[in-house]
Structures are given as C-alpha cells and as structure tokens.
Ligand binder design. Structure first.
Ligand code: FES
Ligand code: FE
Length: 416
C-alpha cells in the first residue's frame, strides 16, 4: 500500500506511524538519507594526507579519507570481493586498506591494488573492481557533507539560510575556523531519528526535562526558554530551524555571557577577538554561538556538535563532539569540559533528553490517540525582517518547518 504523506503530515499534527512503521523508515532512507545532503563530519578530522575516520550515512558505513593530493573523499566501507568491511579501525593514517577476509587491498582513493593468489583469476592482476564512492562530497566551513544522488541541489542550495549559522560559529574562532578534533562520543537511543531532530528544536521541554539540573547548577538556561523570554524559534526554510537566543543575550549585553562566563575568565581570547574584529567584536562576543538544527542530521547546540544517524525505525545513534575554535586554546579547554559535562557519558543534559526520546518511542506503541500535536504557537507566529517565520522561544515553529520539508522530499521521492 502506498503511503500518503500528505495525509500523515498535516499543518498542526503528524501521524504516529511516521515514527514506528518500518516501511516508512525504508522510504526515508531512499528519499532523504541516500539522496539529500547529510553531514558526516569535519575536514579537521582528517588533517594530514593518509588520515582516515570511519563515518556513517544512516546505515551505510563510509570511510572519510584525505588522499596524498589533499582531497577529502568518502569511500563505502565494503569490499568489492564479498562485501566485508575493509576498514575496521575507527581512525588512523594509511595510504591503503586491506580487507581482513581474503586480503584484497585498496588505495585510499578506492582503486583495487591487488589480491592474493591471482591464478584463481586467470593470472589477471587487475580486476575492474574498487571501493564504492559517495557520488557527491562537498564542504562548508569545514563540515563535510555527503549526497548519494549524483544530481540535485548543490550543498549551498541545500543549506540555504543555515549556512549563515555555520558562518556565525566559525566567526567565534580568532582564525575563523572551527575544528572537530576532540573525538566523538556515540550515544545509542531506542528511538526514531525524528524524535531526536524534533527535540533539538523544541524549546518547550528544557524547563521541565532539565529543570532539576538548572536548579542544582543555578543555570540561567531555563529562563531563556520561559514564557517571558524574548528569544525566538525560527523556521529557516529547507527543514532547518534555529532557537535564536540572541535577543536575550543582547538584552543582558554581557560579552561571553552566552557561554556562562565573563571576559575576565578568558582574557586572551577576548583580546584576540577585539584585535581582529575591532568594533564588531562586542556584538560577536555578546551574541555567541548558534543553536541550529540543519536538516536532516547536523545539530549545533552552541558548544556541542551532534550528528544524528538512524540505524533502524526505532534506533538512532547520536554522535557528539565539542566545538573547538582554532587559535583559542583557552576557550577550547572550557568548551570541552562544558560539552562533556552536558552531553558526555555522565552528562547532565543528554541523559535527560535520551530518556525522553525513548519514552516517546515506547509511548507510541499505544495506538490511541493516533496523532502527535505540533500546533503550539501557530496563532502567534510572525514573519521577521528577513522573511523567516518565527515563533516564541518555546513554540513548535521549527518542528513545523521540519515536517513541511520532510513531506516535500517524501512526496517528490514517490513521484520519481
Ligand atoms: Fe574482502 Fe574477500 S571479502 S577480500
Ligand atoms: Fe533537552
């Protein structure tokens, strides 16, 4: 039976089967994950020629490599002989990969170099085989994106207004570059990937889910999402959304206030930024880092970067690392410890959020009511000066933007 996405996704509600039906998940892989641009990592993870790291695009294992001529490429981690994973280590440096099963070897650009006992192949020492390659690879501000569609929108077109948020993050580095070199933590959640995406843009839950952490630590984060907050939720188009906390930071007008610190604590960094940006430095230091969900799987929560990787209809892996700013060692130590404290293995925020995604998934095993309600804030949305739809800090404006784009992709995919 063909799924009618226009029936399951309505402006103010979405159907529960979108999170639980394996056939919908299979269609999502084809129409979204193996078609649109998906973030896999960052060029700084493969800084030197020969460096490689294992990554994923949904269920597909890929190897991100840096070739001798400096190109970043994405190879599929599947031996051309009989399908074994050719690369086992999570990261390393090598000009070639050797499959452990029967010893076939490949250059780090994918060409087959050789195989043992070639008499079995009629003495031929070069079969026309090699590792698969992701058809399109592109980068923006060092973030590496993959698209399995040979044609389609460019990365720039896909990112649209979200590109400006990546620029805003990079601008916080005194050298204008972000580095993701702190290593990744992997959290597995028994929940559909869209529950994670929705949660990233949900400004309604922090006060409740993280209330105990905020009160114990005296954190002001909860207030940023309260009913009195001047922060906004913005639908950036293309399924991207942001929780724009800048109005609150501007009101407080404290350089480094966004980071929960003051300039006296990070004097070298602040001095470097002032020397570099002159008058504009104050605005940059006050406004801080973005809180943006880039469709479908890159989430930047100020100091932490997440990539979301669906592995089954009810299972998702969330990879997390700390933002590191090139040329700012003083900041980087703090960024790392704050990231680990909030979303690390014993982190205080992610453990609470994970509990919520998993409870959501379990809750939806019950079949009534059939719908999830996403109407919060519909009646008070407005269009900002740049033409984007915005809602209050705790409205579901971002979620509705996500679903509109999702529906478009799923319907287009059906038409092809
Ligand atoms: Fe890789 Fe046989 S499966 S060498
Ligand atoms: Fe949360």
């Amino acid at each position: 039976m063909t799924v009618q996405y226009s029936e399951l996704i309505q402006p103010e509600r979405v159907h529960g089967s979108l999170y639980t039906d394996p056939s919908i998940f299979a269609e999502e892989l084809e129409r979204i994950w193996y078609r649109t641009w998906v973030c896999v990592g960052h060029v700084s993870e493969v800084a030197r020629p020969g460096d490689y790291v294992r990554k994923n695009v949904a269920a597909q294992d890929v190897i991100m490599t840096r070739s001798t001529d400096g190109e970043v490429g994405l190879l599929l981690n599947r031996c051309a002989h009989r399908g074994n994973l050719v690369c086992e280590d999570r990261r390393g440096n090598s000009s070639s990969f050797r499959c452990p099963y029967h010893g076939w070897t490949y250059r780090n650009t994918g060409e087959l170099l050789g195989y043992p006992y070639n008499q079995g192949y009629g003495g031929k020492n070069k079969l026309e085989l090699g590792l698969g390659r992701v058809p399109r690879v592109d980068t923006y501000q060092g973030f590496v994106f993959a698209s399995f569609a040979a044609e389609g929108p460019t990365l720039k077109e896909h990112l649209g207004a979200a590109a400006g948020e990546l620029d805003r993050l990079a601008r916080l580095s005194p050298e204008g570059e972000v580095e993701l070199t702190a290593g990744w933590l992997r959290h597995r959640a028994k929940a559909n990937w869209k529950l994670l995406v929705e949660n990233e843009t949900d400004g309604y839950h922090p006060q409740f889910v993280h209330g105990s952490v905020f009160s114990v630590t005296g954190s002001p984060i909860g207030a940023l999402y309260s009913d009195k907050s001047t922060a906004v939720t913005r639908d950036l188009g293309g399924g991207h959304s942001e929780n724009d906390l800048r109005p609150e930071f501007r009101r407080a007008a404290r350089p480094m206030g966004w980071f929960g610190t003051s300039e006296a604590r990070v004097p070298d960094y602040v001095a470097k930024m002032r020397a570099l940006h002159g008058e504009q430095a104050e605005e940059i230091l006050i406004e801080g880092a973005p809180h943006v969900m880039v469709f479908p799987n890159l989430f930047i929560a100020e100091i932490s970067v997440f990539t979301i990787q669906p592995t089954a209809v009810d299972e998702t892996v969330q990879n997390v690392t700390a933002v590191q700013l090139k040329g700012a060692p003083e900041m980087n130590r703090r960024l790392l410890s704050q990231c680990v404290g909030s979303v690390g293995p014993a982190g205080m925020l992610l453990a609470d959020d994970s509990e919520m995604y998993e409870r959501n998934q379990r809750g939806m095993a019950a079949r009534r009511p059939e719908w999830l309600d996403i109407r919060r804030g519909v009646g008070r949305e407005r269009i900002d000066e740049n033409g984007f739809r915005i809602g209050a800090a705790n409205d579901e404006t971002g979620m509705r933007g996500f679903w509109a784009h999702y529906r478009g992709l799923m319907e287009e995919g059906a038409a092809q």
